[in-house]
Every structure is written in C-alpha cells, then in structure tokens.
Ligand binder design. Structure first.
Ligand code: GAL
Length: 344
C-alpha cells in the first residue's frame, strides 16, 4: 500500500478514536421506581427527603435508613414497621441525575440510648434552608420516640451545606405535636415549618423566627380533621401550593393539592393532581418535596417516596415533572423521562 494512503488511514483512525473518547456521556433518564445508584455505585439512601439549591449545586437530604426492617410490636394500632435511624444523609449534584454521596450531614447516635438521635428512635423527613442573614444552613426534621409518641421537631445548624450539622434539640412547635413536616422559604426570606399536628389530623403552617431556629409564634391550622401528611410546598406565579398525602402509615393513598395567595392565608383544595395508572394511589408513592429546577422556565419536579414497608431501605423514588394549565397542576405518570428534554 502507498505510504501516503497508510498515513491517511492512521490519521483517520486516531481522529475517530479521539472523537469517541471526547463524546459527552448520554444524560441519564429519571426512571420511576428504579434502583437509583449514586456516583460510587451505591444505592441512594435519602428517603422522605428534600432538596436545597445553593451556590450552583443541589443538595439532597434524606433519611439514611438502616438495612434491617422490623415490626414494632409495642405499637399494636397500626403496622409500625421500623428500621434503625442512620441519621440524615446528604448527596450533591449539578444536573439532578448524578448524585455524589457527601456523607451523613447529621449522623445518629450509636451508644447513648437517652439521646434523641439514638438509632432506635425516629428521625424522618429532614429539610434544610439557607439563612442569608446568619449565613447558617438550618435543618428541621421529625424527631420521635420508637413508638411515634413524642411527636416533636428537631433543629440542627451548620456552616456548610454538607454539614456536619450541630443538633440543637427538639420541641413541640407552638406547643403542639409535630410529625410529618417540611420547610418553605419565601422570596422575602421568611420561612415556615409545615407539619402534621393534633394526632396528624390538622396541618399547621408556622412562621419561623428570622434565624429560622424557632417558631415565631404566628401559625394557622389548616385542613382541620382531614389528616394530611407528607406536605411539600412550592410557589409559582405568586401562588402557593401544598401537595400532601392522606394518613395510612407506609401504605399509599390519594394525593391532594391545595392553593393559596399567601402561606398564612386561606387554602383552597384543588383535588388529586396525579393522572394515569394508579393515580388514585399516587402511583404507590407519597409526596416529600417539590423542587423548582433552576434556570429553566416553569420547571417543577414532584418528588415521592415509594415505601417498601417490609424492607424500608429498599424504598424507591418517583420524580415526576409537573404540568400546569393556568393555576391548575397535573402530575402525569411517566415510566422515565429526561430532564433536558422535558425542561427548556
Ligand atoms: C407515614 C409518614 C412517614 C412515616 C410512616 C410511618 O404516614 O408519612 O414519614 O412516618 O408514616 O409509618
């Protein structure tokens, strides 16, 4: 073969090889209910979680569940499946599909059985906000005794989003029970704790002090007697939304969304936003957070936990994009979807 031809073939070969190695990896799809691995190849363990966007990075905080589930015979009135509380995990991501495990933002206590953070107790539904005035990251979470009788909210603070968080203690906000909960920070910097109270029958919305560490004393009682749990709050076009579940322990039920003109205002129930197969059971999921995707227009993701009550660590995640028509919202079922194709 002519030397020039051999040379051209070699150049083409090298060029093709380079093109392959420079290729951008395909964007991972969000697959409903699939096993979701972190960037180290381990199962993401961040249940009942919430996401904070800070400095160009998303931080996903959640319950770090132990790997053995047991039934708590001391609670005969409902199916109280439990697992050791590992504390609060935190994962980071810039694209919402690939998550790096950053460790335990708030680990549970392994030895001191009197500690509220002891692994035999309940540590659920952690949420974190950043306080611009104090420069602190503030975590609130559901802190409970092994039988869910304590019904309190715990607070922890950190100088960095990945922690470690310093635990400040727990209390019953506004003197009332607090179990399932979330936090919401408004555009004016005011923050609220939203929690299932009065034996889970009534949802409280409680303004926090300017440092976000305590209730400010102003609160409203909402959906009285309607037993709403798993609240997730977001704001769109100056309207406030609360997505929540009914109260059936780890078993799924129908979701409901409500809308208001202000956090402490009157809430109007809009009904079940889910559509498609098993929409009356929230696709076998339970709400935990609604995430606004940064830099994309009208982009919100509804996040749900699909609990596996007899193997709680293997509970899966459902993340679904929300569709809006005027003020109405819809969460259609999707097996899988790609973030950059869905949100422009
Ligand atoms: C659910 C609640 C979960 C967990 C569970 C225990 O109703 O939303 O966070 O507390 O009960 O059965």
């Amino acid at each position: 073969m002519n030397k020039n031809i051999i040379f051209i073939i070699c150049v083409l070969f090298v060029a093709c090889g380079q093109k392959k190695t420079n290729e951008i990896p395909a964007e991972k799809a969000i697959v409903s209910g699939a096993e979701w691995l972190d960037t180290d190849g381990n199962r993401i363990n961040a249940h009942g979680g919430g996401i904070l966007y800070h400095g160009g990075t998303y931080y996903w905080y959640g319950e770090y569940k132990g790997d053995s589930t047991y039934w708590n015979p001391k609670v005969p009135s409902w199916e109280c499946y439990r697992t050791e509380a590992g504390g609060v995990s935190v994962y980071s991501s810039t694209n919402l599909a690939d998550w790096k495990f950053e460790g335990l933002a708030l680990p549970s206590e392994q030895n001191d059985t009197t500690s509220e953070l002891h692994y035999a107790h309940v540590l659920e539904r952690p949420k974190v906000l950043y306080n611009e005035a104090t420069g602190k990251f503030v975590m609130w979470l559901h802190v409970d005794s092994h039988d869910y009788a304590k019904a309190a909210a715990g607070v922890a603070v950190s100088d960095s989003p990945a922690g470690p968080f310093e635990y400040l203690g727990s209390f019953r906000p506004n003197g009332q029970m607090s179990r399932d909960m979330t936090l919401f920070k408004d555009d004016d910097g005011k923050a609220y704790q939203v929690y299932s109270s009065e034996e889970n029958q009534t949802l409280y919305i409680s303004l926090l002090t300017d440092d976000y560490l305590q209730p400010a004393g102003t609160f409203t009682r909402n959906f009285i007697g309607l037993s709403r749990e798993a609240p997730a709050v977001f704001k769109r076009n100056d309207k406030y939304y609360i997505l929540s579940s009914g109260c059936t322990a780890w078993d799924p039920n129908q979701a409901e969304v409500a809308i208001a003109d202000s956090m402490l205002g009157e809430w109007t129930i809009l009904g079940n936003p889910c559509s498609g197969p098993d929409a009356d059971k929230t696709f076998y999921g339970q709400s935990t957070h609604v995430l606004k995707v940064e830099g994309k227009e009208d982009a919100y993701i509804a996040m749900f936990d699909r609990w596996n009550k007899t193997d709680l660590i293997d509970s899966r995640y459902l993340w679904l994009p929300i569709k809006f028509e005027g003020e109405k919202m819809e969460i259609p079922w999707q097996e899988s979807w790609i973030i950059s194709e869905t949100f422009k």
